[in-house]
Design a protein around this ligand. Sequence first.
Ligand code: GRF
Length: 213
Amino acid sequence: MQPLKIAVLVSGRGSNLQTLIDNIEKTEINGKIEIVVSNKKDAYALERAKNHGIEGVYIGKGNYPENDKRNDKLIEVLKAKKIDLIVLAGYMSILDRKIIELFRNRIINIHPSLIPSFCGKGFYGSKVHKAVLDYGVKLSGATVHFVDEGTDTGPVILQKAVEVDFDDTVDTLAAKVLKIEHELLALAVKLFCEDRLEVVGRKVKIKSSSDIS
Ligand code: GRF
């Protein structure tokens, strides 16, 4: 099977991108990152891509101020690279409907909570962990899901919980969850690249899942 062509969309530090790069280099994932797209010019993720000989491009409000032009540029890049899978790895921007339609069930997002808790509009980055701590729940975690037209509403691929300790701060909780994010994102992309994810209504079936703990 040919490695799938992956586009990773980022906005910041890019530790999730790094996990994908590492797993691909170890041949754990049968994919190739064809392009990294950042909507922030100075995202460290672009640096990570460069360090591994991966093409990186900035498509943001700075160079494409009009929404339509920015979306068209993104679509043009994705089509030119013949992308099979889009991974949103800390991408802090809402994807245009046109892209969601073009890549139906071929866009994966990582969210730092157990969806459907602490997700949706306004729940991003450290705000998620602050809301978790303010509420006082005992469990949080990470979710990898397919992207649909809603915010964090698409079919769930994988989830894993972490315990929230009484003394946790936003930073300590974020660090615990980030570890899980890396694990789940790498596994979800691996499964996608092996054609082992089947969307059945709202549910995602993992084909031959005996090797997954
Ligand atoms: C992660 O916590 C992700 O879930 C959130 O933004 C963070 C990105 O981290 N949406 P990184 O850029 O991959 O290091």
